[in-house]
Each structure stands twice: as structure tokens, then as C-alpha cells.
Design a protein around this ligand. Sequence first.
Ligand code: 5GP
Ligand code: ZN
Length: 116
Amino acid sequence: MANDCLFCKIAAGQIPADKVYEDDRALVFKDISPQAPTHLLAVPKEHYASVHEIPPEKVETLMGGLTGAVREAVRLTGINEGGYRLVVNSGEIAGQTVKHLHIHVLGGRELAWPPG
Ligand code: 5GP
Ligand code: ZN
């Protein structure tokens, strides 16, 4: 756990969140400022700021666990039916505000392309 990391604190249960799915490797919870009728955040319990900071030997396990959690969450919320979008903002230029790797899961409305 990284000190002063919001999503580490949520994953550790120190800050409350509206959880949709949790297992030993990952957590999926509702975004506090939803940009779609369903807007979830999937985070690994281990702290890495972004995909490129995961050590090579951990990529498969960590991203596999995270994808598995997304898979469960889209089924639990029913957005697998109509479709959904996964977004990972990485770094300043992409507008990442929380420096703990997270996958945005957006669904429940038409989603325009390309994103801004
Ligand atoms: P980013 O901009 O880093 O890609 O996404 C961070 C996301 O975290 C934003 O969509 C923001 O609304 C969400 N967020 C920020 N603080 C909190 C919080 O305390 N609780 C929850 N559930 N989401 C948060
Ligand atoms: Zn963290």
C-alpha cells in the first residue's frame, strides 16, 4: 500500500466506496462522479501508478486479475448486455488524476468516438 494513495485506502477499506465486486487481487467500485449511467473503477489491490510501471514478471497476474474483476463487474451490473467501454488514463496528457492504476468501466448510454 502506498502512503496517501486514495485507491490504496479504498482497497484497504479505510475510505468507503460503493463496491460492486471484490476478490483477493482486485476491487471494482462506483466512480464518485459518474460520467455514464454505469461508471465503475476497477483497481488492483497492489499499488502501481500505471500499466508501464508494473514489473514485467507481474504484468500477467496483475492485468489478468484486473480483467477478471472487470468481467465479473460488467455481468453483475448487466452492462455486458448492451456493451461498455474500458478506459485507462495514463499520465498527465491523458488526464490521469489518481496515480493508482485503474480501469474506467462506462456503460448504460451511447458512447461517442473518438473521446476528447
Ligand atoms: P482519472 O482521472 O485518474 O482517470 O480517474 C479518477 C477517477 O476517480 C475519476 O473519475 C473520479 O471521479 C474518481 N474518484 C476520485 N475520488 C474518488 C473517491 O473518493 N471515490 C470514488 N469512488 N471515486 C473517486
Ligand atoms: Zn495506490
